[in-house]
Design a protein around this ligand. Structure first.
Ligand SMILES: [Ca+2]
Ligand SMILES: [Ca+2]
Length: 407
């Protein structure tokens, strides 16, 4: 006994030796600011403050369009021009860095506060059909609500117009406020339309994020005709809104389809609680009962619960927040080492957040600083990354092209 014990001590030491060496190699997080909720702990290792990548990001940037109205979203048309939405209610086609005239036929929007003309997406058959989808804060008699419309974009010489405009989703109930409209639109390979809808922020409406009888704080999933999509979890439940896919979301302005065809999103959380989710049918993502972070007043959110069995944990969260805007999965030849990485526009971080992924796990996080609020981020047909900036004081935007330095 004694002899074997003596032998085991150096053996154990030898086995343990590699671990301190590995720990020394762990790279620090790109986030160096103090958390807003220092007493909260993640549910699993790597859920926040992932290490920086082994190779630091090196990029070159150039402004490819400026003097634009304050934009909310941008999509590339098949010919490489850009279709943009301006928050105040206009839509333009940007060619060679210059916006064309306002596209006629855009419905009236409520541009107060966080409202306005919001996201735009192209139908999968856009090249043939000209069909686009767009979201906006819809003015109503007793308030407003997030709406999703479908229309045909028709060009005629140097002008363009929307025809056959049809609202295919209108958030219920109506609410009189100017915050948390969402919204991002994602069209999947089956032509199903996904829309993120905010919980309208204020104390009373935000609790409706937990109520499947309300569209507030939900992911919406519908057909191109506006019907609930097949497979929606609450279609047969009395009193539930059949368009709902998942619940318990706060205000999501960031969503994208992964290369595997799955719907992912990043939510604006409370102070110290932005979160990455890949929402599954019928599941509850917690808000406002279970969340990381604190109120912007500094108080606890509800009872200050960050984890429980009834709600889903975010795959990743940020404290302090990044304030997520647009989102895209990187695919292209410009940055081969970022294949499958998630790009997220940062309003507060003033740049693009890059997440290196292994399945559902964030392996690393880095940031592309742009010194401007980023409102949308897209991957161009050339493989470059395009960031739409916004300057709220000037009511203006630029579009910045991000490439590898030697390109
Ligand atoms: Ca879009
Ligand atoms: Ca959550």
């Amino acid at each position: 006994m004694t002899r074997s014990l003596r032998l085991s001590v150096p053996l154990a030491a030898a086995m343990l030796a590699p671990f301190p060496l590995m720990a020394q190699e762990t790279r620090p997080s790109v986030e160096t600011a103090a958390p807003n909720a220092p007493d909260q702990t993640p549910a699993f290792e790597g859920q926040t403050r992932a290490p920086q990548p082994a190779e630091p990001l090196e990029v070159a940037t150039e402004t490819v369009a400026q003097g634009l109205p304050q934009l909310w979203a941008m999509e590339f048309l098949p010919d490489g021009r850009m279709l943009v939405t301006a928050k105040k209610g206009d839509m333009h086609i940007v060619a060679d860095g210059t916006p064309g005239p306002a596209i006629e036929g855009v419905p009236e929007v409520d541009a107060d506060g966080q409202g306005g003309l919001l996201d735009v997406a192209l139908a999968n058959d856009f090249a043939d059909s000209g069909i686009i989808y767009f979201s906006y804060a819809e003015p109503r008699e007793d308030g407003n609500g997030t709406a999703l419309a479908k229309a045909r974009l028709v060009e005629d010489g140097s002008t363009a117009r929307l025809e056959d405009v049809e609202v295919i989703f209108a958030q219920q109930p109506t609410y009189d406020g100017n915050k948390h409209f969402g919204s991002r639109i994602v069209v999947d390979a089956d032509d199903v339309i996904w829309l993120t809808v905010g919980e309208r922020s204020d104390e009373e409406p935000r609790v409706q994020a937990q109520d499947v009888g309300s569209h507030f704080g939900k992911v919406i999933r519908i057909t191109a005709e506006g019907d609930p999509a097949e497979g929606n979890p609450f279609i047969d439940q009395d009193g539930a809104m059949p368009e709902i896919w998942s619940l318990g979301h706060r205000n999501t302005q960031s969503a994208a389809l992964s290369p595997e065809g799955e719907f992912w999103m990043v939510e604006h959380g409370p102070k110290g609680g932005d979160e990455l989710n890949r929402p599954e049918a019928g599941l509850n993502y917690g808000w406002p009962e279970v969340t990381y972070g604190v109120e912007y007043s500094g108080e606890e959110v509800g009872e200050g619960i960050t984890q429980n069995a009834e709600t889903q944990q975010p795959l990743y969260y940020w404290d302090p927040v990044i304030a997520p805007s647009g989102m895209a999965f990187y695919e292209g030849e410009e940055f081969p080492e970022w294949d499958g990485a998630i790009l997220i526009g940062g309003l507060v971080t003033q740049g693009v957040v890059v997440l290196g992924m292994d399945g559902d796990t964030v392996e690393w996080e880095d940031r592309i600083p742009l010194e401007a609020r980023v409102r949308d981020v897209r991957v161009g047909p050339d493989g470059a990354i395009y960031a739409v900036t916004e300057n709220r004081d000037e009511g203006s935007s630029t579009i910045v092209r991000i490439t590898a330095p030697d390109a």
